[in-house]
Design a protein around this ligand. Structure first.
Ligand code: CTP
Length: 429
């Protein structure tokens, strides 16, 4: 994924062709143009016929400071800059919002309008920010088209989850313009983890009771997957050990699927010494049944007592290795977050711990999160944000701290650096 994006310092000077397709989210593309230009990019806008029903070309012309194109057959525009010239001009194509229809046409190589023709005629990398009804996004046809485009190197930014124009909620919403810019910047920004091997564990673990039942937890795996994606965007070679989740593997990430805590431990330990950074974002089950019943347990008219054994602590195991990577844990707490997280940092001998609140709409099932990143020499608060946006900030800090420790500037146990006041370092989106 990263290879097709030349290394450069952010979006400054990048020639971006922004394709806007039809949908209620088209209005958000106006703000996107402004933010891309604020980031230093040169932007030219191409509208599909349906997009022009939602926002006029004149609006985009005023915002981009450039003529806006929508038809293939506009003679005056073709005379000024032919569509092939425009395809050649673009160093990156961004389609936001991308409708299900545009995604389908791109996947199948149609050139039925100016935007799809330009995409076919250009060699520029493609970023797609979808926006559509949640059932259209989930439809097998759309998902197959997305997979085809991904396999050709297209990067998908979003969709976000949450309420849409309809009274329904789920994935399908256009990512906020600042998150689209952050995603593009991550592709073109400095690669803080180039050449580094990052191991991430994510998701829940399931401990089988009998052939049909298990003990699990509500971790969705989203935070760990977002961390893996953010690390890959920073140029790392990422291995992701995933418990049972329903998530697609982020581009460029090598994934190993496991089920129980002991399987996860085995997969992590086999890779830990060869890694530079280990980020334990999994919600590892603390206990497992003493034995797994070979057949389905039957009711016998009374209470059932399960005998549970404690699972090995994977994170502490990695931190105890002779050749340990830089170790980052997560702490999911319902109360006393900072106190409990600090205790885990010490007890497990971690370099950093990312603490967050779970329960009552926070953490596990939620799409957004809020994190305290704690080391022995400081604490930093990351304000509530979409998990991928948060993961990007988190990974950038982890990369910095790991490098500082490597260079002996230390943020680990040996460090004596000044405490960073909590609020002074507060970051917002
Ligand atoms: N962890 C682990 N192996 C375990 C349990 C937890 O690697 N058997 C890791 C998690 O991946 C996470 C960190 O330890 O990075 C903290 O997990 P958490 O569930 O918050 O803490 P516990 O160690 O289970 O402690 P407690 O039950 O007291 O909250």
């Amino acid at each position: 994924m990263a290879s097709q994006h030349e290394a450069r310092n952010g979006l400054a000077g990048l020639r971006i062709l922004l394709g806007v397709s039809g949908g209620i989210a088209a209005y958000k593309a106006c703000e996107l143009v402004r933010r891309l230009r604020d980031a230093g990019a040169e932007v030219r806008v191409v509208l599909t016929a349906n997009a022009a029903r939602f926002v006029t070309p004149l609006t985009f012309q005023a915002l981009s400071g450039q003529p806006v194109r929508s038809g293939l057959w506009d003679e005056a525009a073709e005379a000024a800059m032919g569509h092939l010239e425009l395809a050649h001009w673009a160093q990156h194509i961004v389609i936001a919002p991308a409708s299900a229809d545009v995604i389908a046409r791109l996947a199948h190589g149609f050139a039925t309008d100016l935007l799809t023709t330009l995409c076919l005629a250009s060699e520029a990398p493609l970023a797609i920010a979808p926006a559509m009804n949640l059932r259209m996004w989930a439809h097998a046809a759309t998902q197959a088209n997305v997979a085809v485009l991904r396999s050709r190197g297209a990067v998908f930014l979003g969709p976000a989850e949450g309420r849409m124009a309809e009274p329904e909620s789920g994935p399908g919403r256009l990512l906020e313009p600042h998150d689209i810019v952050a995603g593009l910047t991550a592709l073109y920004g400095p690669k803080r983890l180039a050449g580094k091997r990052v191991l991430v564990s994510a998701g829940p673990t399931y401990e089988d009771i009998d052939p049909v039942r298990f003990i699990g937890n509500r971790s969705s795996g989203r935070m760990g997957f977002a961390v893996a994606q953010a690390a890959a965007e920073q140029g790392a070679n990422v291995q992701l050990v995933a418990g049972p989740v329903h998530l697609t593997t982020p581009p460029g990430v090598a994934r190993v699927d496991v089920r129980s805590a002991r399987e996860m431990r085995e997969a992590v330990m086999a890779r830990a010494e060869g890694s530079d950074i280990y980020i334990g974002a999994a919600a590892v089950g603390d206990f497992r049944p003493h034995e797994i019943a070979p057949h389905k347990l039957k009711k016998n008219g009374g209470a059932l007592t399960l005998s549970l054994d404690e699972n090995p602590d994977i994170l502490a195991g990695v931190a105890a290795l002779a050749r340990r990577p830089f170790v980052v844990g997560f702490a999911a707490e319902t109360q006393n977050i900072e106190t409990y997280a600090r205790a885990k940092l010490e007890r497990k001998k971690l370099d950093l711990i990312a603490a967050n609140r779970v329960g009552e709409g926070h953490g596990f099932d939620a799409c957004e999160n809020e994190i305290l990143l704690i080391s022995r020499d400081g604490i930093e608060r990351f304000a509530r944000a979409d998990k991928l946006a948060l993961a990007r900030q988190l990974v950038a800090r982890i990369a910095e701290k790991a490098q500082a420790k490597n260079e002996g500037r230390g943020t680990g146990s040996e460090s004596r650096r000044k405490l960073v006041p909590v609020r002074a370092r507060t970051r917002t989106r």
